[in-house]
Ligand binder design. Sequence first.
Ligand code: UDX
Length: 446
Amino acid sequence: MKVTIFGTGYVGLVTGACLAEMGNHVLCVDIDAAKVERLKHGEIPIYEPGLESIVRRNHAGGRLEFTTDAASAIAHGELIFIAVGTPPDEDGSADLKYVLAVARSIGQHLDRYAVVVNKSTVPVGTADRVREAVASELAGRQVAVEFDVVSNPEFLKEGAAVEDCLRPDRIIVGASSERAVAVLRKLYAPFNRNHERMVVMDERSAELTKYAANAMLATKISFMNEIANIAERVGADVELVRQGIGSDPRIGYHFIYPGAGYGGSCFPKDVQALERTAHNHGYEARLLGAVEAVNRQQKTKLFELISRHFDGRLAGRTIALWGLAFKPNTDDMREASSRELMEALWGAGAKVRAFDPEARQETHRLYGERDDLVLCEHAEDALQGADVLAVVTEWKAFRSPDFSAIRAALAEPAIFDGRNLYDPATVEEAGLAYYGIGRGRSLRIQ
Ligand code: UDX
């Protein structure tokens, strides 16, 4: 099928590449000419496992092309995806200016039936606004072209986006037209594997499904962080509690890992946006507000532990930091807990020596050259001349370090384990102090 995708950001590029991989002819359009040029040369602007090879292969095969020309892109697709950004505005609502600009542009150029597919995470009711924007431009041109608008939210995880896209758990399609549903069924048929993955509903339910999924996941995390905060006060170990409750299939083992707070481009933004949507409809979503508040507090946790360890005297100290990205397998620093920690340490006069397998360049882009930040090439380098070590992101490479080497390198051997990667007893036997999240049994927290 012929597919057009507006936006070559994270969602647009992954979706475009995966649809091309399934044999469709995909044309991706972006207003950023430099980015389009780079994509044509197989340069991928983001780090995402597997993406580069799938983009290159399909581009070489002629199934994946890039352009800045909206008119020819609209002429191309029987399906036109909108996958442009929806940044939060000041009050936390998603800003729809890019989405609606694409909708208007579609209305200005469309000359035959097409299905407009909303992929961006957008507030409930956006499909209607997109429909109005397309229709009003068509009316202005006095052309009678039929079109449908469908909501088809993505559920990609960074670091596993290609895999999630090629092998989805479910494909949510919000549509009110049989004709549009038939077009999407055809497009997604190769993704079904053993059973039907497409769940068809109305547009508003599809839009809310996306927010509900992310809010539920964020709630699980904040809930566990709250239990961790209780655990450390009552002298329990949240890691044991986690295993104890996860074995109940109604709770499950996934997404109940306590830690230094959730980050990324989705959870913080989507929880706030859903809270705002509820508020705008006269409902105060107290649970969502609490999820957000617990997370904000959790992001200060590592700093508090470190500060307490040094009795508040952090000036002149050097902290080794392992992990900068908001989670492993990405270079994304958006809302990363490491940023909260570094900024608080700098504010208290401490220096940071940091290592991350992928996010060093991004950290440099965000903070530039500064005396109190050294970005190290290796995890071991970050330890040299440091007082203590804080682990913020659970990269696999940090899972089983040589604790005696860490102890030898640190001036005041202590590990602040922001993701509960280590067994407190093992760390302590190696001669280091151990601080985790919610691990009251090591009793250093109180
Ligand atoms: C998320 C959703 O998982 C995905 O379905 C949606 O499409 C986009 O948002 P992503 O932002 O890539 O994906 O990250 P995810 O893997 O969900 O992790 C988000 C944050 O939660 C990370 O900071 C991670 O460290 C934290 N987290 C996750 C925990 O603290 N504990 C957990 O148990 C799980």
